[in-house]
Design a binder for this molecule. Structure first.
Ligand code: GLC
Ligand code: MG
Length: 251
């Protein structure tokens, strides 16, 4: 057995967002903690949640202390339990980012409803968008580009729209950690269920586990970009992750 870099999304990947049976989570936590202790495996949670909503989840579910926490869809990286985002990552995201301009352009789209204040972050502007996403997203993207804004639109679960710097997403944050800790792609495994996880699977050839309850936007992307590095689990959430870790021989 050798150490590996384990990166997982939280909502509906590691744990159920609303109702569901989290019983496999205790088993996965046990396996990962043991691996970390014995071999130096690193555990990373990578979520769209802000610090406020992460703390809320931490109070509700049985989470481990991760070696790094990637919040706000890859725009904030917290190392070793600190409360301050890694400044070298923020410096990479800063050039050309203008959240005020993103907000003022987005105001012209009545279908976009701002998410709560806690989810508006230094490098992330987030909306709810439930209708006409297929029409609105390309229009908004074109308009943001016309203003020379170097941004990326990430749409998840048929409702969440995040606008972030182009140099950022969960995949780019993963690459930052891989380089920092020197993990090859084959020693890295990423797990996800929805649109904001696509970057984890698309960037850098890590081994990928798609949980059995994945959303249609991720399944569609997976069908269009098949890869031998990716495993589609049948079990849901933590159960699906255990299935995938066994499939790739990490455990
Ligand atoms: C989390 C965040 C939200 C974001 C979504 C998708 O739910 O709280 O702001 O839009 O993830 O990334
Ligand atoms: Mg999720």
């Amino acid at each position: 057995m050798a150490k590996f870099l384990f990166i997982t999304d939280l909502d509906d990947t590691l744990v159920y967002r609303t109702v569901g049976d989290d019983s496999a989570l205790a088993e996965l936590n046990r396996l990962l903690s043991q691996h970390r202790q014995k071999y130096g495996t690193k555990i990373v949670y990578s979520t769209g949640r802000s610090p406020v909503l992460y703390k809320e989840l931490q109070a509700q579910k049985n989470l481990l202390q991760p070696d790094a926490l990637v919040l706000s869809v890859g725009t904030e990286i917290y190392l070793d339990g600190t409360d301050t985002p890694d400044s070298s990552w923020s410096e990479i995201l800063s050039p050309g980012w203008n959240r005020e301009l993103v907000l003022s352009i987005s105001k012209n789209y009545p279908d976009l409803a701002l998410q709560p204040d806690s989810e508006q972050r230094p490098f992330k502007v987030s909306f709810f968008l439930q209708h006409n996403a297929g029409v609105i997203l390309p229009q908004l993207e074109a308009e943001l580009q016309k203003s020379k804004l170097n941004v990326k639109l990430i749409y998840s679960s048929g409702i969440d729209l995040d606008i972030v710097p182009h140099s950022s997403d969960k995949g780019q944050a993963m690459q930052f950690l891989r380089h920092k800790w020197k993990f090859a792609a084959e020693q890295t495994v990423v797990c996800g269920d929805s649109g904001n996880d696509i970057a984890l699977f698309a960037v850098g050839n890590a081994q990928g586990i798609i949980v059995g309850n994945a959303r249609k936007e991720l399944l569609q992307w997976h069908n269009e970009h098949s890869s031998e590095h990716r495993y589609l689990a049948s079990c849901f959430c933590a159960g699906g992750i255990i299935e995938g870790l066994n499939y790739f021989g990490f455990l």
